[in-house]
Design a protein around this ligand. Sequence first.
Ligand code: PBG
Length: 327
Amino acid sequence: MARFPELRLRRWRRTPALRGLVRETRLAAEQLVAPMFVRLGRGLREPIGALPGVARLSPDEAVAEAERLRGLGIGAVILFGIPGRKDDTGSEAFDDAAAVQETTRQLKGRVPGLAVMTDVCLDEYTSHGHCGVVRDGDVDNDATLPLLARAAVSHARAGADVVAPSDMMDGRVAAIRRELDGAGFARVAILAYAAKAASAYYGPFREAADSAPKFGDRRSYQMEGGNRREAMREVALDVAEGADAVMVKPALAYLDVVREARERFELPIAAYNVSGEYAMVKAAAANGWIEEKRIVLETLTSIVRAGADFVLTYHAGDAARWLKEGA
Ligand code: PBG
C-alpha cells in the first residue's frame, strides 16, 4: 500500500481537466424542481418579501416562467396553490377550477417537455391553516384522507404527472393511490413527503402561502426533527403504501436522514431545500457576506452527494443558469 510521499492525493487536483475526470458528484439542471406559488388571475407577479426572487404567479405568468425554466433544462416544477377563499375543510384544494388545476392544464398544454408536480395538502386552503380537518382542537387523520385523495384526483384530472402529499397524515399514500387508480390515473406517480419535520425552516413559505396555523402548531402530525429511526419508519410505511418516490424535508439539517434513506431503500429519493434555507442564503448574499453562486452550487451538490436523486429548491432557476454558464 502506497503512502506519502509516494501517494499524493493532490495529483488529481492539479488542473481543471484532472479534477473533472474524478468528480464524484455532478449536479444537473434536470434533477432540479422549481417550486411555484400560483393564484387565479392574469398578469399577476406578486413578490414574496421573505423569498426574494420568488413571486406568486397567475397561470399565464407561471407558463412564461416555466418556459424559461424549461429552456434552462429544469426537470419539473411543483405547484402550490393560493386560494381565492379559505374555509374549514379547504375545499378549494379539490376544486377543478382552482389555481393549481388551471395552471397544470396550461403547463401541460404549453410546456409539454416539463414534468408537473403538485403539492397535495390542505393548509394553504383551510381557514385555520392546519393540514386537515380539525376536530376537538386537533387534525382528524381519517377524516382528512378522503379530502387529500380528492385533491390528488383533481390534480391528476388537470394533467399532473406527480402528486406530492405533504400533510403527514397516516395512510394518505394508500388512500391517494386507491382513488387515483379507481379514477383511471394509474400513470400518475406519488412523491410522498415521507420524513417531514415540524421545522422552523418553513417560515418564509408560510408567508408566501399565508398558511401559518391560526392556533397551535403542526407537531401532532409533522415529525420531531431529532428522530432518525422514526424517519425510517415513515419512509418504510410510505413505500409499503405504494409511494413512487419519497422525500426528506428540510434538506440541509437532515442530510443524515437523506443518506440513511438512500442506503436502506431502492426507490428515488427527493430532498426539499426549503424556504428558510433559501432565505438565509439570500439574506447573507444581499449583505455581501457570502458568494451566492458558489454557496448555492455547493449546497445543492451536498444534497445530491448525501443521496438525493432530485432536489426541490427555490434556487433552481439560478442554479440551472450557473450550471449552463459553467461553474
Ligand atoms: C404544506 C407544505 C409546507 C411546505 C411545503 N408544503 C409548509 C408547512 O408544512 O408548513 C414548506 C416548504 C418550504 O418551506 O419551502 N403544504
